[in-house]
Design a protein around this ligand. Sequence first.
Ligand SMILES: Cc1ncc(COP(=O)(O)O)c(C=O)c1O
Length: 449
Amino acid sequence: MNKMELLNEDKKRLWHPCSQMKDYEAYPARLIERAEGVWLYEAGGRRILDAVSSWWCKIFGHGNPHIRARINEQLEKLEHVIFANYTHEPAIELAQRLGGLFSDRLPRVFYTDNGSSAVEAALKISFQYWRNRGRPERNLFVHIRGAYHGETVGALSVGSLGLYRDTFKPLLFKAVEAEGPDCYRCPFGLNRTTCDAECFTSMENALEENNGHVGAVIIEPVLQAANGMALYSPRYLVKLSDACRRSGVHLIFDEIASGMGRTGKMMACDHASIVPDIALVSKALTGGFLSLAAVLTNGEIYDAFYTDYTESKAFLHSHTYTGNPLACAAACGVFDLFDDPSVLPGVLETGSLIRDKALAIADHPHVGEVRSLGMVTAIELVADKRAKEPYAWKERTGYRVYRKAERDGVLLRNLGDVLYFFPPYIINGGEIDFMVETAINAVKYVAGK
Ligand SMILES: Cc1ncc(COP(=O)(O)O)c(C=O)c1O
């Protein structure tokens, strides 16, 4: 089929994720034929810079030869096998490497096949832990405002973004929402780099009011990615970890977006030097080659499930592609690349180049904030800079910037009125210039000079 025929078939048959399909009338899907490094190549030869790492997973760029070779090598031997009662080398090697992320303090690995399914598994593990330990009344989960943990029903229940959640509210289970950090519009008038997480009081109250009934707190450490790349102080996590320990509540860190080097540390929780009870890793785990996620737990949690079958305490949860060998081999390839000690310093160096360049738009009358950590830089657009007043959502300001930048060769998919750079770590200086300048021009085009 030629390009036009393919796009006609796409229009006729496909339902794309997170999309109002009617928008495709004005902007048909872009037909990508191949990709390399930071570049996506459309049928017909035009190229687009992937500034969002294709939904945050392509940390080493498209087509990384080492990851590809690890997959190919595995493909010659074993592409898939049932993971109940059977195992294989890539799953074992990867479990060793994952354990190393948390100094072997989360030694147990439960594989799932995407981020949301890892969240579901983690919630169920914590829930069942309390039942297995004879404390079924500890059945509440606490999350913070602005939380996003995926879009399956359990994950939405501990999320708070109305855009994804409101329609499905009647389906969701009850959870407790604490006010989280909101550093751009800090109600205490403080600064995220110098504050003492004064906003933690709301979480403290939530834990106290529900004392004895909370099983776990789930949180994205330091970076709430889907919430407009909101960044907050690691102090909040230190306070949270202390409070969870005091009240015997599990602490679940969702590192699905923030992990694997994105914030300049291997795991975002390293900014606070904290190891949770359960951690979730996905997205960048395979360098964006294949779908895989891991739920890591401490030994104490695992032990609550380990007994004779007839006690009915096993974790009876499964997905067909659990521990897929090709995906595990890809993830091992990613860890091989992290063995190079220059990768994380490189993330910081490249991230600061992006931040410094993006700061050129900070004084624009409709730029509320330029915020940055590691290899994430976000530009939040507002209607009124002084009042920090957002644009009316129906204006779709961020979306219009995204479309303009895309016409000019940069994929900058917006989160509401937040535009952000979340590129592969291997982006070079010339590509950074092109990416940021194109974005700034698009902001000026839509929001005025
Ligand atoms: C923090 C976080 N948790 C969970 C998820 C869900 O992952 P997936 O899209 O693979 O289901 C996402 C996806 O963006 C995420 O950012």
